[in-house]
Design a protein around this ligand. Structure first.
Ligand code: F6R
Length: 238
């Protein structure tokens, strides 16, 4: 386990972008697992500017996103598909991108399709993760059991509250989402968790307390053979 504590958010995004840059330098055809939310925005901006400067190339890389609200129109302003197009996919040159389809009529078939595509791609080389204030990864919320493969997740009260900020009044906020399972996340060759801000201090403290809290899904990462936590001082509480 590697822990990198940066002075501020921008520095942490730069450190995370360095890891992506090195990954693609070593293996241009990498499969990158990506996340959405507030945390990766600065990282994606870094990747876009490095791409524009010719320092990183995604032309042989494949992206798999962790999750998508369900149900949601792909072109909805708050869909993760729209988010990824806006912050990354429309600005760089990925060979292929994959996101669970929030419009699929059959949830089970969609999960099977997504899992088959991920398996055919050979699994994830570098998986980017954020952390929920309750410790969720993807939309794997604190629970007694955790799905290994993709599934339909019911968002916790905590996640609904956290994400309500993105939905305008009168707009229906989805209460369920399609998410990669804990098994698929854990199967990534390298996991990079980016943590930022004072709203994450408490969960970060719990994560690094030296105990495996089974109600904090992110704690499973502590057992992964190749995980890097990049955080700013605000999240680290130092
Ligand atoms: C998003 C995702 C979530 C977020 C987490 C943190 O694709 O999988 O687990 O990473 O909710 O979100 P932010 O960065 O908005 O605090």
């Amino acid at each position: 386990m590697k822990k990198i504590i940066c002075d501020n958010y921008e520095e942490s995004c730069r450190a995370a972008a360095d890891i992506f840059t090195e990954q693609l330098r070593q293996k241009p055809e990498s499969v990158l697992g990506l996340s959405t939310g507030s945390t990766p925005i600065g990282l994606y901006a870094q990747l876009v500017s490095r791409y524009n400067e010719g320092k990183i190339d995604f032309s042989r890389a494949t992206a798999f996103n962790l999750d998508e609200y369900y149900p949601i129109k792909q072109n909805h302003a708050q869909s993760y598909k729209t988010f990824m197009e806006e912050y990354l996919f429309s600005k760089v040159n990925f060979a292929q991108t994959h996101i669970p389809n929030g419009e699929a009529s059959d949830v089970e078939a969609e999960c099977t399709r997504f899992d088959a595509e991920l398996e055919a791609a050979g699994g994830v080389d570098l998986q980017l993760l954020g952390i929920g204030t309750n410790g969720h990864i993807g939309f794997n919320e604190p629970a007694v059991t955790y799905p290994l493969g993709s599934s339909l997740a019911h968002l916790s009260e905590d996640s609904l509250k956290s994400n309500a900020r993105f939905f305008t009044k009168g707009e229906t906020q989805p209460t369920t989402a399609l998410t990669m399972g804990v098994g698929q996340i854990f199967a990534a060759k390298h996991i990079l968790m980016l943590i930022s801000g004072t709203n994450k201090t408490e969960i970060t403290k719990k994560l690094f307390e030296g105990k495996l809290h089974t109600d904090v899904p992110a704690c499973f990462l502590l057992l992964h053979p190749n995980v890097t936590f990049v955080m700013d001082k605000a999240a680290a509480g130092v």
